[in-house]
Design a protein around this ligand. Sequence first.
Ligand code: PGA
Length: 243
Amino acid sequence: MGDDARRVVLPAADWASAVAAELVARLSDRPALRICLPTGETPGPVYAALVAAACDGRVSFDRATLVMLDAWVGLPPGDPARCDVRLRAELVDRLPRPPAAFIAIDVDGPDPDAAADRHDAAAARLDLAILGLGPNGHVGFNEPGSRPDDPTRLVRLAASSREAAVARYGATRVPTAGITIGLRRLLGAEEAWLLVTGERKASILRRCLEDPVGPDRPASWLRRHPRLTVFADEGAASLLPRG
Ligand code: PGA
């Protein structure tokens, strides 16, 4: 356990293709990789590059298992902001051959706590956790206050996350809650990648990587992961110490 995350900083124009190339390399080494995937604006260009690679025959997900990182609760099926809808539209349904499994979070059933427990079991053996960084330092919906031993669970969303559902992702209503893979599973993944782009994330990225680790900025707990890679573009990395 150490504070020695690998930091990969790239020009914005090269960022998505470089992240995608690294995932293509992982999948060619280990086609049956079990990966958790985020939604949001950040990973979109990576997914586009992966779809292009799959269509060109440079990679296949047909033996891989894709596990959803998080989900809004309270959005109707088909809502454009839903994480399952976005992941399918941006990646899963665009692959020429489907993944071996796509494990979504059941947010439509009567018992979200039971759905979270089932998803915790699905997240128990992740080879790679791919994550985005929220403007408040969240990873998945591990909002400020989250702890490194938190399980996959139903969570109360930060006000900024609820607002983002509508204002940023076009949700048709305000979600009531979230379900997220917890930090315990993310820290237990064999490898973790934190994807961060744009100057709007520069300040929170610096605080997550340089300030003391703690629950105010949940992504800071990732520094306890033995194999963390931070993939940042130059805008997001602009406030990090040089070198
Ligand atoms: P973004 O969201 O990728 O749309 O910036 C990240 C997050 O809030 O987790």
